[in-house]
Design a protein around this ligand. Structure first.
Ligand SMILES: Nc1nc2c(ncn2[C@@H]2O[C@H](COP(=O)(O)OP(=O)(O)OP(=O)(O)O)[C@@H](O)[C@H]2O)c(=O)[nH]1
Ligand SMILES: [Mg+2]
Length: 220
């Protein structure tokens, strides 16, 4: 499985996961070169270097979308080798809003189980709310397994903390969500695989009886 961050917020979450030494594959996708260079990830994809001059989509979600479409091949290559994809993107800007639905569409077409986590902008980011709503609608259309995280919740939970601390808290929460869900998907998948092998009448000797044992044995 892999966690794929798209745009600034998505890449911040990926960087957090990469630095926390989690045993998850990470992919960072951005139109902003400086930001991407600072993002820790196993794979990095810079979109539309020539068009955006590596300076980001500057709030233009149509540009974010066309940059992703232009680089379908690069994105496809960065997702290869995974069965489960978790896409993380902030809504309301250009890259995450525009490119995340394209990335989700690619991973779905590759037959990967595709989850998405959309980060909604703060209420005080007035102009971004409408763009965020439209981005979320497009994301859900290709990835029905989309969860929404409200940045406003950070203000409620930790009103005194700095922005950096609040974002770190959000990233840790998202990492936890991904971890729990990937475990669930893996165990359901393995259970079905076991049942399929039983139906096929394969000799399977001392197969473990519990889900956790199955996970431990197949993925030590
Ligand atoms: N939780 C969290 N939210 C963030 C972070 N950075 C930005 N956001 C939120 O995500 C929204 C989208 O911002 P970005 O992800 O930076 O935008 P982008 O996709 O890079 O778009 P462009 O820079 O215009 O190409 C913002 O309006 C913020 O509300 C972050 O590090 N953590
Ligand atoms: Mg950006």
């Amino acid at each position: 499985m892999a966690v794929v961050g798209v745009g600034g917020a998505g890449c911040a979450v990926v960087d957090h996961i990469y630095c926390s030494d989690a045993d998850m594959e990470t992919v960072a996708i951005n139109t902003d070169r400086a930001s991407l260079d600072k993002t820790g990830a196993h794979r990095r994809v810079l979109l539309c270097d020539r068009v955006t001059r590596g300076e980001g989509a500057k709030g233009d979600h149509e540009l974010g979308r066309s940059c992703a479409i232009t680089h379908i091949d690069k994105i496809t290559e960065s997702l290869q080798g995974n069965d489960i994809i978790f896409i993380v993107a902030g809504m309301g800007g250009g890259t995450g809003t525009g490119a995340a639905p394209v990335v989700a569409d690619i991973s779905r077409r590759l037959g990967m189980i595709t989850f998405a986590i959309a980060i909604n902008p703060f209420k005080f980011e007035d102009g971004r709310r409408r763009v965020a709503r439209e981005g979320l609608r497009r994301l859900r259309a290709v990835a029905p397994l989309t969860m929404v995280m409200e940045n406003d919740l950070l203000l409620e939970r930790a009103p005194e903390s700095t922005m950096a601390d609040a974002f770190a808290m959000a990233s840790a929460g998202i990492e936890d969500y991904i971890r729990r869900n990937s475990r669930k998907v893996t165990s359901v998948f393995l259970e079905q695989l076991t049942q399929m092998e039983m139906r096929l009448g394969e000799p399977y000797g001392d197969w473990p009886s519990t889900e956790t044992d199955t996970v431990r044995i197949l993925f030590p």
